[in-house]
Design a protein around this ligand. Structure first.
Ligand code: NAP
Ligand code: MN
Length: 267
Protein backbone atom coordinates (compact mmCIF):
# COMPACT_ATOMS: atom_id res chain seq x y z
CA UNK A 1 0.00 0.00 0.00
CA UNK A 2 1.52 3.31 -1.15
CA UNK A 3 0.13 6.54 0.22
CA UNK A 4 0.66 10.25 -0.38
CA UNK A 5 -0.36 13.00 2.03
CA UNK A 6 -1.59 16.29 0.55
CA UNK A 7 -2.17 19.06 3.11
CA UNK A 8 -2.95 22.74 2.76
CA UNK A 9 -0.60 25.30 4.30
CA UNK A 10 -2.62 25.93 7.51
CA UNK A 11 -0.55 25.17 10.62
CA UNK A 12 -3.20 22.77 11.93
CA UNK A 13 -3.20 20.80 8.66
CA UNK A 14 0.60 20.60 8.65
CA UNK A 15 0.55 19.33 12.27
CA UNK A 16 -1.97 16.63 11.36
CA UNK A 17 0.14 15.66 8.38
CA UNK A 18 3.20 15.22 10.62
CA UNK A 19 1.24 13.20 13.15
CA UNK A 20 -0.25 10.99 10.45
CA UNK A 21 3.13 10.36 8.83
CA UNK A 22 4.52 9.43 12.27
CA UNK A 23 1.73 6.90 12.84
CA UNK A 24 2.11 5.49 9.33
CA UNK A 25 5.89 5.05 9.57
CA UNK A 26 6.89 1.39 8.99
CA UNK A 27 3.25 0.48 8.29
CA UNK A 28 2.66 1.90 4.82
CA UNK A 29 4.96 3.12 2.09
CA UNK A 30 5.00 6.84 1.31
CA UNK A 31 4.99 7.47 -2.44
CA UNK A 32 4.23 11.02 -3.54
CA UNK A 33 4.49 10.10 -7.24
CA UNK A 34 2.27 7.03 -7.72
CA UNK A 35 0.21 6.49 -4.58
CA UNK A 36 -2.64 3.99 -4.23
CA UNK A 37 -4.30 6.24 -1.66
CA UNK A 38 -4.11 10.04 -1.40
CA UNK A 39 -4.92 11.55 1.98
CA UNK A 40 -6.01 15.15 1.70
CA UNK A 41 -5.89 17.32 4.83
CA UNK A 42 -7.83 20.61 4.81
CA UNK A 43 -11.16 21.45 3.22
CA UNK A 44 -13.03 20.65 0.02
CA UNK A 45 -10.73 23.05 -1.86
CA UNK A 46 -7.72 21.03 -0.66
CA UNK A 47 -9.33 17.81 -1.93
CA UNK A 48 -9.98 19.50 -5.30
CA UNK A 49 -6.27 20.37 -5.57
CA UNK A 50 -5.29 16.84 -4.53
CA UNK A 51 -7.63 15.42 -7.17
CA UNK A 52 -6.18 17.58 -9.95
CA UNK A 53 -2.63 16.76 -8.89
CA UNK A 54 -3.15 13.00 -8.65
CA UNK A 55 -5.89 12.22 -11.17
CA UNK A 56 -3.32 10.49 -13.35
CA UNK A 57 -3.26 7.07 -14.93
CA UNK A 58 -3.18 4.99 -11.77
CA UNK A 59 -6.38 6.69 -10.39
CA UNK A 60 -5.75 6.57 -6.66
CA UNK A 61 -8.42 6.32 -3.98
CA UNK A 62 -8.92 9.49 -1.95
CA UNK A 63 -9.43 10.03 1.77
CA UNK A 64 -10.13 13.54 3.05
CA UNK A 65 -9.59 14.75 6.59
CA UNK A 66 -11.36 17.98 7.45
CA UNK A 67 -9.56 20.52 9.56
CA UNK A 68 -12.18 23.27 9.54
CA UNK A 69 -15.82 22.30 9.28
CA UNK A 70 -17.29 19.18 7.70
CA UNK A 71 -17.12 19.45 3.93
CA UNK A 72 -18.68 17.65 0.99
CA UNK A 73 -15.68 15.48 0.24
CA UNK A 74 -14.19 15.25 3.75
CA UNK A 75 -15.16 12.29 5.97
CA UNK A 76 -12.51 12.01 8.65
CA UNK A 77 -12.03 14.28 11.65
CA UNK A 78 -8.54 15.23 12.82
CA UNK A 79 -9.04 13.22 16.04
CA UNK A 80 -9.75 10.02 14.08
CA UNK A 81 -6.23 9.48 12.75
CA UNK A 82 -5.84 6.07 14.34
CA UNK A 83 -9.04 4.83 12.71
CA UNK A 84 -7.68 6.07 9.41
CA UNK A 85 -4.38 4.21 9.94
CA UNK A 86 -6.41 1.08 10.80
CA UNK A 87 -8.32 1.51 7.54
CA UNK A 88 -5.05 1.84 5.59
CA UNK A 89 -3.70 -1.45 6.91
CA UNK A 90 -7.00 -3.33 6.78
CA UNK A 91 -7.37 -6.03 4.13
CA UNK A 92 -10.84 -4.94 3.08
CA UNK A 93 -10.71 -1.41 1.73
CA UNK A 94 -14.14 -0.66 0.35
CA UNK A 95 -14.63 2.46 -1.72
CA UNK A 96 -17.50 4.57 -2.98
CA UNK A 97 -17.40 6.82 -6.02
CA UNK A 98 -18.81 10.06 -7.38
CA UNK A 99 -19.41 11.25 -10.98
CA UNK A 100 -16.95 13.46 -12.87
CA UNK A 101 -17.28 15.67 -15.95
CA UNK A 102 -15.35 15.20 -19.18
CA UNK A 103 -14.64 18.59 -20.74
CA UNK A 104 -13.33 18.93 -24.29
CA UNK A 105 -12.09 22.12 -25.90
CA UNK A 106 -12.98 20.99 -29.40
CA UNK A 107 -10.86 23.51 -31.37
CA UNK A 108 -7.71 22.63 -29.43
CA UNK A 109 -8.60 18.95 -28.93
CA UNK A 110 -7.77 19.42 -25.28
CA UNK A 111 -9.57 17.44 -22.58
CA UNK A 112 -9.97 18.04 -18.85
CA UNK A 113 -11.81 16.45 -15.97
CA UNK A 114 -13.84 18.32 -13.35
CA UNK A 115 -15.02 17.12 -9.98
CA UNK A 116 -17.25 20.13 -9.10
CA UNK A 117 -18.07 22.07 -12.24
CA UNK A 118 -17.11 23.90 -15.39
CA UNK A 119 -18.04 27.52 -16.06
CA UNK A 120 -17.89 29.35 -19.36
CA UNK A 121 -17.94 33.10 -18.91
CA UNK A 122 -16.56 36.35 -20.22
CA UNK A 123 -14.38 38.68 -18.18
CA UNK A 124 -16.27 41.71 -19.53
CA UNK A 125 -19.26 42.45 -21.73
CA UNK A 126 -21.86 39.88 -22.72
CA UNK A 127 -21.18 36.29 -23.65
CA UNK A 128 -23.23 35.09 -26.59
CA UNK A 129 -23.17 31.36 -27.05
CA UNK A 130 -25.19 28.63 -28.68
CA UNK A 131 -26.23 25.84 -26.36
CA UNK A 132 -26.53 22.45 -28.04
CA UNK A 133 -27.99 19.45 -26.25
CA UNK A 134 -26.91 16.41 -28.22
CA UNK A 135 -26.97 17.48 -31.87
CA UNK A 136 -29.83 19.96 -31.44
CA UNK A 137 -29.46 23.70 -30.95
CA UNK A 138 -31.41 24.29 -27.74
CA UNK A 139 -31.01 28.06 -27.25
CA UNK A 140 -28.79 31.06 -27.80
CA UNK A 141 -27.57 32.27 -24.44
CA UNK A 142 -26.69 35.90 -23.74
CA UNK A 143 -25.40 36.94 -20.36
CA UNK A 144 -22.47 36.45 -18.02
CA UNK A 145 -22.02 32.73 -18.55
CA UNK A 146 -23.07 29.15 -17.91
CA UNK A 147 -22.13 26.56 -15.33
CA UNK A 148 -22.30 22.77 -15.69
CA UNK A 149 -21.89 20.87 -12.42
CA UNK A 150 -21.64 17.31 -11.15
CA UNK A 151 -23.93 16.14 -8.33
CA UNK A 152 -21.22 16.77 -5.70
CA UNK A 153 -20.47 20.10 -7.37
CA UNK A 154 -24.14 21.07 -7.02
CA UNK A 155 -23.45 22.44 -3.52
CA UNK A 156 -20.61 24.64 -4.79
CA UNK A 157 -20.96 27.67 -7.04
CA UNK A 158 -23.90 26.02 -8.87
CA UNK A 159 -26.03 26.35 -5.73
CA UNK A 160 -25.13 30.04 -5.42
CA UNK A 161 -26.36 30.46 -9.00
CA UNK A 162 -29.76 29.02 -8.10
CA UNK A 163 -29.08 25.40 -9.05
CA UNK A 164 -30.67 22.46 -7.27
CA UNK A 165 -28.81 20.36 -4.71
CA UNK A 166 -28.40 16.95 -6.38
CA UNK A 167 -27.78 13.72 -4.49
CA UNK A 168 -24.53 12.13 -5.75
CA UNK A 169 -26.31 8.84 -6.47
CA UNK A 170 -28.16 10.65 -9.27
CA UNK A 171 -26.01 10.21 -12.37
CA UNK A 172 -26.69 13.56 -13.96
CA UNK A 173 -25.14 16.92 -14.69
CA UNK A 174 -26.77 20.29 -14.17
CA UNK A 175 -26.66 23.30 -16.47
CA UNK A 176 -27.24 26.64 -14.73
CA UNK A 177 -27.27 30.17 -16.15
CA UNK A 178 -25.15 33.04 -14.85
CA UNK A 179 -27.11 36.29 -15.20
CA UNK A 180 -28.92 35.61 -18.48
CA UNK A 181 -30.32 38.46 -20.52
CA UNK A 182 -34.05 37.86 -20.81
CA UNK A 183 -36.43 40.32 -22.43
CA UNK A 184 -38.76 40.54 -25.45
CA UNK A 185 -35.80 40.17 -27.80
CA UNK A 186 -33.67 37.53 -26.10
CA UNK A 187 -34.93 34.36 -24.49
CA UNK A 188 -33.30 31.53 -22.54
CA UNK A 189 -34.93 28.74 -20.57
CA UNK A 190 -34.27 30.60 -17.31
CA UNK A 191 -34.19 27.55 -15.08
CA UNK A 192 -31.57 24.91 -14.28
CA UNK A 193 -31.55 21.85 -16.52
CA UNK A 194 -30.77 18.38 -15.20
CA UNK A 195 -29.26 16.21 -17.92
CA UNK A 196 -28.91 12.43 -17.78
CA UNK A 197 -25.68 10.56 -18.38
CA UNK A 198 -24.89 9.93 -22.06
CA UNK A 199 -26.22 13.39 -22.95
CA UNK A 200 -23.67 15.93 -24.23
CA UNK A 201 -23.85 19.69 -23.81
CA UNK A 202 -21.98 21.69 -26.42
CA UNK A 203 -21.38 25.38 -25.88
CA UNK A 204 -20.35 27.31 -28.98
CA UNK A 205 -19.09 30.82 -28.31
CA UNK A 206 -20.54 33.24 -30.86
CA UNK A 207 -19.29 36.43 -29.31
CA UNK A 208 -17.35 37.42 -26.19
CA UNK A 209 -14.55 39.88 -25.52
CA UNK A 210 -12.50 37.49 -23.42
CA UNK A 211 -14.23 34.12 -23.01
CA UNK A 212 -12.75 31.92 -20.31
CA UNK A 213 -13.49 28.55 -18.84
CA UNK A 214 -12.90 27.68 -15.24
CA UNK A 215 -13.15 24.21 -13.75
CA UNK A 216 -12.99 23.44 -10.03
CA UNK A 217 -10.16 25.48 -8.52
CA UNK A 218 -7.86 25.20 -11.54
CA UNK A 219 -6.49 28.36 -13.18
CA UNK A 220 -8.91 29.78 -15.82
CA UNK A 221 -8.24 29.06 -19.50
CA UNK A 222 -8.64 31.97 -21.93
CA UNK A 223 -10.32 30.71 -25.09
CA UNK A 224 -9.50 33.73 -27.24
CA UNK A 225 -12.15 36.05 -28.72
CA UNK A 226 -11.90 35.26 -32.42
CA UNK A 227 -12.18 31.56 -33.06
CA UNK A 228 -15.69 30.54 -31.95
CA UNK A 229 -14.54 28.15 -29.26
CA UNK A 230 -16.59 25.00 -28.73
CA UNK A 231 -16.70 23.37 -25.31
CA UNK A 232 -18.18 19.91 -24.95
CA UNK A 233 -19.28 18.60 -21.55
CA UNK A 234 -20.58 15.20 -20.55
CA UNK A 235 -20.56 12.89 -17.55
CA UNK A 236 -17.34 10.93 -17.54
CA UNK A 237 -17.07 7.15 -17.62
CA UNK A 238 -14.42 7.61 -14.91
CA UNK A 239 -15.43 8.38 -11.34
CA UNK A 240 -13.52 9.59 -8.31
CA UNK A 241 -13.12 6.90 -5.66
CA UNK A 242 -13.12 7.55 -1.93
CA UNK A 243 -12.27 5.24 0.95
CA UNK A 244 -15.55 3.91 2.31
CA UNK A 245 -14.70 3.82 5.95
CA UNK A 246 -17.06 6.21 7.65
CA UNK A 247 -19.10 7.63 4.83
CA UNK A 248 -21.31 10.50 6.01
CA UNK A 249 -24.88 10.70 4.72
CA UNK A 250 -25.19 13.33 1.96
CA UNK A 251 -28.24 15.07 3.45
CA UNK A 252 -26.45 15.34 6.81
CA UNK A 253 -23.64 17.15 5.04
CA UNK A 254 -26.10 19.47 3.29
CA UNK A 255 -27.90 20.15 6.56
CA UNK A 256 -24.62 20.74 8.42
CA UNK A 257 -23.23 23.05 5.76
CA UNK A 258 -26.29 25.16 4.96
CA UNK A 259 -28.84 24.92 7.81
CA UNK A 260 -26.88 24.08 10.96
CA UNK A 261 -27.72 25.65 14.32
CA UNK A 262 -30.46 27.87 12.97
CA UNK A 263 -32.91 24.92 13.31
CA UNK A 264 -32.81 25.05 17.12
CA UNK A 265 -33.36 28.80 17.09
CA UNK A 266 -36.48 28.42 14.99
CA UNK A 267 -38.23 25.97 17.32
P1 NAP B 1 -12.38 28.96 -2.50
O1 NAP B 1 -12.74 30.25 -3.14
O2 NAP B 1 -11.21 28.84 -1.60
O3 NAP B 1 -13.64 28.36 -1.71
C1 NAP B 1 -14.93 28.41 -2.10
C2 NAP B 1 -15.78 27.67 -1.06
O4 NAP B 1 -16.45 26.60 -1.72
C3 NAP B 1 -15.00 27.04 0.11
O5 NAP B 1 -15.74 27.26 1.28
C4 NAP B 1 -14.97 25.57 -0.26
O6 NAP B 1 -14.90 24.72 0.87
C5 NAP B 1 -16.32 25.44 -0.91
N1 NAP B 1 -16.50 24.27 -1.75
C6 NAP B 1 -15.66 23.67 -2.63
N2 NAP B 1 -16.26 22.63 -3.22
C7 NAP B 1 -17.51 22.54 -2.68
C8 NAP B 1 -18.59 21.65 -2.89
N3 NAP B 1 -18.53 20.66 -3.77
N4 NAP B 1 -19.72 21.87 -2.18
C9 NAP B 1 -19.83 22.87 -1.29
N5 NAP B 1 -18.82 23.75 -1.06
C10 NAP B 1 -17.69 23.58 -1.75
O7 NAP B 1 -12.20 27.91 -3.68
P2 NAP B 1 -11.70 26.43 -3.54
O8 NAP B 1 -11.68 26.02 -2.11
O9 NAP B 1 -10.47 26.35 -4.34
O10 NAP B 1 -12.88 25.61 -4.28
C11 NAP B 1 -13.27 25.89 -5.60
C12 NAP B 1 -14.74 25.66 -5.65
O11 NAP B 1 -15.37 26.65 -4.86
C13 NAP B 1 -15.38 25.79 -7.01
O12 NAP B 1 -15.35 24.54 -7.68
C14 NAP B 1 -16.78 26.27 -6.69
O13 NAP B 1 -17.75 25.24 -6.66
C15 NAP B 1 -16.66 26.85 -5.30
N6 NAP B 1 -16.94 28.28 -5.36
C16 NAP B 1 -18.14 28.72 -4.91
C17 NAP B 1 -18.47 30.06 -5.05
C18 NAP B 1 -19.81 30.53 -4.60
O14 NAP B 1 -20.54 29.79 -3.96
N7 NAP B 1 -20.17 31.74 -4.97
C19 NAP B 1 -17.59 30.96 -5.58
C20 NAP B 1 -16.36 30.49 -6.00
C21 NAP B 1 -16.04 29.13 -5.89
P3 NAP B 1 -13.61 24.60 1.83
O15 NAP B 1 -13.62 25.82 2.64
O16 NAP B 1 -13.91 23.36 2.60
O17 NAP B 1 -12.40 24.50 0.95
MN1 MN C 1 -11.11 26.49 -0.04
Amino acid sequence: MKIAVWANQATHSQEIKEELLKRCANIVQIDDKEPDIVISIGGDGTLLSAFHHYNTLNKPTFVAIHTGHLGFYTDFLANQLQELVDYLVSAKQNTYSYPLLDITLVNEQKTMTALNELTLKTTSGTLVCQVYIGEELFEVFRGDGLCVSTPTGSTGVSKSLGGAVVHPKVEAMQLVEIAALNNVVYRTIGSPLILPKDETVRLKVIHAQDPIITYDNVRPIHLGGKNNAIVEIKLSKERIHFADYKHIDFWSRVEGAFIGDIKGKKK
